[in-house]
Ligand binder design. Sequence first.
Ligand code: URP
Ligand code: ZN
Ligand code: ZN
Length: 464
Amino acid sequence: MKKTLIKNGTVVTATDVFNADILIENEKVKTIGRNISEKADSECDATGCYVFPGGIDAHTHLDLPFMGTFSSDDFETGTLAALHGGTTSIIDFAFQSKKKSLKEGLAAWHEKAKGKAVADYAFHMAVIDFNKETAKEIKELIQKEGVTSFKTFMAYKGAIMIDDQQMIALMNECKKWGGLVTVHAENGDLVDSLVQASREAGNLTPRYHALTRPEITESEATGRALDLAFSGNHPVYIVHMTCEGALNRVREATKRNQQVLVETCVQYLLLDDSLYDLPNFEGSKWVMSPPLRKKRDQEALWNGINQNLVHTVATDHCPFCMDQKKMGLQDFSKIPNGAPGIENRMELMFSEGVLKDRISLNQYVSINCTAPAKIFGLYPQKGTIAVGSDADLVIFDPKKKHVLSKDTQHMRCDYSSYEGWEVTGKVRSVFLRGTLAIDNGKALIGKGFGRYLPRKPFSQHNLI
Ligand code: URP
Ligand code: ZN
Ligand code: ZN
């Protein structure tokens, strides 16, 4: 039996901060306590460091075929980059194809990940076409495949958008088996008409991506999704929320005692739409949907975390290299939507969130690790530091300064969304299921180490 002892660290969970040693036996945390004297095969001195649970990024797109190309990180490069940044598990989106079954979509994503993923991974199912046949698959996906959350797109009409009727039917079906519906909330029809008008007027630069997806397109769709969920008494999870208007819809919904779960992404907390004004097509780097918003929206989202209206922070990691972005050089609507970030989330949220007093250490662990694990049925195997949990641990040096750059990142992308940002706090070592995976920037495990994580059905009880 392999034993590792992590000594003298400051252990942080979603509820506590305390000094302790952690004894790992094989893949699990065996003991947490002061001055553990049990002999181990190896020791890791964490003096001066925090010990966080491994991060869970609940929103990634690896090897995604999208807008005429593929996201540039596959399951090997993307999960390795995640590990370097302290994220030990991801939940990626398996996509159904039009006229195909959910199971075929899921099988395709298993194929992409198998033998390649370095970190652990699970799948949400993106439902593109919900009909009587797909409805029959929901139960099996939840009970046999461990896929317990289902994404719907209220935008990208003609490609992946589903209509309200389908969303209602999906919510009803999910309710029977413990599935959680997650929603990309943008009004696709309104976006399309604004895009068409912009193109006709010859307004074709990246800035018009944001101008054709104004806040109201997101707040309207968010409100509509919440109303549909409320009418059937369904829980619902809104992905990548960006703005105050959408958050206010959630605030309103809570007044009627509706349960709403909300995710934002690190880029919406830290970046704003002035980036679209950069010259020479630079703005295309941040063409994503929904787009970056205003500084006041960032403030609203940080406050939303503190008001417990925003529960998780993910990345929506969906990188494209500049050559791919240039597919939209003459027309912003052809720029593949998405940006890199899987490697940066844990360090940025610490530096910009904890050190700037926007969130506490416990909130940091909650939004990055524990809440995604609870909401998506991975807790307590993942998302916390507890006896019996997987020994996914991040040894984090809170004082170490470094600069984010495309030249040092591990993500397969030829730019960084945060080029030149000075960050305080760095991932020093990462344990994945008890194995030292990253040590001082060096990867000690490789492709195929990552394991598929079947998830539990959604339940209110998971959230407590
Ligand atoms: O721009 C984005 N967000 N690309 C990825 C697909 C999605 O909507 O999540
Ligand atoms: Zn989306
Ligand atoms: Zn996404």
